[in-house]
Design a protein around this ligand. Structure first.
Ligand code: DNO
Length: 367
């Protein structure tokens, strides 16, 4: 596996490339071009410039998170073909810039949702948290406003201001769309994007729904082993793969993460992993937590072992961290706790590597 960290360019991040370079074992960043309007082509020259800046800091730009999908594609409108052509051209440009993996999502209207971006834990660190009752009481515009008010002026990926004016109408549009039609629109996109991704040498890695249950009656679909199987079968090419986000899938207590990882990493369909821990407060309420197993309800050793046993060679990033030691950063994306998370995950990986070399038959237990 290759350890990377998420980083936002053009001064929209409190964390610098120089700082990331000093986190042991981190080889690169997952980054983006936030200023390009959704649906437009990501220009080759801007990508080359960004790659140069990242390389000058001694890091790689092999992962992009995310190129957002225009809502017309998800809605299946006739205008989707133009946006799909643009997506194909963006994939070509990404490949030419040396990008190997693209994390994206197909969630309608809303990317991820939380009720609080700075919820205090017992140790006075703050984390992103989710209380289902509070989220359903808010309309999406109110939620966007409340999230922005805690974002310390940083843009929140997935809550770009351009989405807000049409949010209510977009949500209304999906009320009459069946899940089957939504799957059809996904397939239509994949059948055009996957060949372009292959030509460009880029692996597509869809991010699961976060949280993994429907909100505002929107057809969310990547939330458990069964619907991931359906998704992967829509286009069986290995370039059509997953971002396995432990915190997103793990919010549903029914999801057996090690088993899910073994199944899909075993098939070579996981290209990117977002690893973080959460503490459940009920079936639909949770706080994010430090990465360490004992700090949350997810067993990080079993999660990392499932990747290791599957011979995983994709990218991993420590996902959302707590805000600690007085850091002021974009919620979830401070330096300190993510750096701690990266070291912990790399430590687990090194232990598994060395143990496996000494005891070749050890550790291959199925979940
Ligand atoms: C939130 C992130 C998501 C993710 C997108 C991928 O912190 O995990 O915004 O980047 O869903 O498209």
């Amino acid at each position: 596996m290759k350890m990377i960290m998420r980083w936002f360019p053009f001064g929209d991040d409190s964390v610098t490339l120089g700082q990331i370079r000093q986190v042991p074992g981190v080889s690169g960043v997952a980054t983006c071009l936030p200023a390009i309007p959704v649906g437009e082509v990501w220009p080759a020259d801007t990508l080359a410039k960004l790659k140069g800046e990242i390389a000058a800091a001694g890091l790689e730009m092999e992962v992009i998170e995310s190129v957002n999908i225009h809502e017309d594609i998800k809605k299946g409108l006739p205008s989707r073909d133009r946006y799909i052509d643009n997506y194909r051209q963006t994939l070509k440009n990404l490949g030419e810039a040396g990008v190997k993996c693209l994390c994206y999502n197909f969630m309608p209207v809303i990317d991820w949702a939380r009720s609080d971006l700075a919820h205090a834990l017992e140790d006075n660190s703050t984390v992103l948290s989710y209380r289902h009752d509070q989220v359903v009481k808010l309309n999406p515009a109110a939620m966007a406003k409340s999230m922005a008010s805690k974002a310390l002026g940083y843009s929140l990926p997935g809550w770009e201001p351009e989405r807000l004016p049409t949010m209510a109408a977009d949500i209304e549009f999906y009320q009459s769309m069946s899940r089957e039609d939504y799957w059809k629109n996904m397939k239509y996109f994949l059948d055009a994007a996957v060949p372009a991704a292959n030509e460009a040498g880029v692996k597509l890695a869809i991010h699961p729904d976060d949280p993994p249950w429907p909100l505002f009656n929107l057809p969310k679909v990547i939330s458990n082993a069964e619907n991931i199987r359906t998704f992967l079968s829509l286009n069986p090419d290995p370039a059509n793969g997953l971002t396995l986000c432990t915190g997103s899938l793990g919010a549903n207590r029914q999801n057996n993460l090690p088993a899910i990882i073994r199944e899909f990493a075993g098939q070579g369909r996981i290209h990117f992993a977002h690893i973080r821990n959460i503490r459940h407060l009920s079936d639909m309420d949770f706080d994010e937590s430090a990465h360490l197993s004992r700090c949350g309800d997810l067993d990080m050793f079993e999660i990392v072992r499932a990747f290791h046993d599957s011979g995983f060679t994709g990218y991993v990033r420590p996902d959302h961290g707590r805000m600690i030691w007085g850091e002021q950063a974009r919620p979830g994306y401070g330096l300190y706790d993510r750096a701690l998370g990266a070291q912990y995950l790399l430590g687990l990986w090194e232990a598994l590597d060395k143990y496996r070399k000494q005891e070749p038959s050890a550790g291959s237990r199925k979940a």
